[in-house]
Write a protein that binds this ligand. Structure first.
Ligand SMILES: [Zn+2]
Length: 102
């Protein structure tokens, strides 16, 4: 059994930052800290409305995106949970659907 990561509110910058923790070489992704090959799991992202301010409320739509992690530095992760706030009528930005992975 791995753990469930609760990431709280994430932004596009957060998601971009995930990719920066790993480097791509030899057709795979490796941890910049320890050199282990990355694994990936899902991050379940609840879409909330900015109009509700800091309240985490909204249409309740959940999308799944890739969450890359290092099994050595981060341990075994079953999945991650987060939320992403968008304005009414705003599109959910294209997230790293194919992000870093093994
Ligand atoms: Zn590592």
């Amino acid at each position: 059994m791995g753990k469930v990561l609760a990431l709280g509110q994430i932004t596009q910058e957060t998601i971009n930052g995930w990719a920066e923790k790993f480097e791509r070489r030899d057709g795979g992704y490796y941890c910049r800290k320890c050199g282990s090959r990355t694994l990936r799991t899902n991050c379940h992202v609840s879409i909330h409305l900015k109009e509700f301010g800091p309240l985490c409320a909204g249409p309740g739509k959940v999308i799944k995106i890739n969450y890359p992690y290092c099994p050595n530095c981060d341990g075994k992760i079953d999945y991650a949970q987060a939320c992403f706030h968008v304005g009414i009528g705003e599109m959910v930005p294209a997230m790293i659907k194919g992000g870093p992975g093994p």
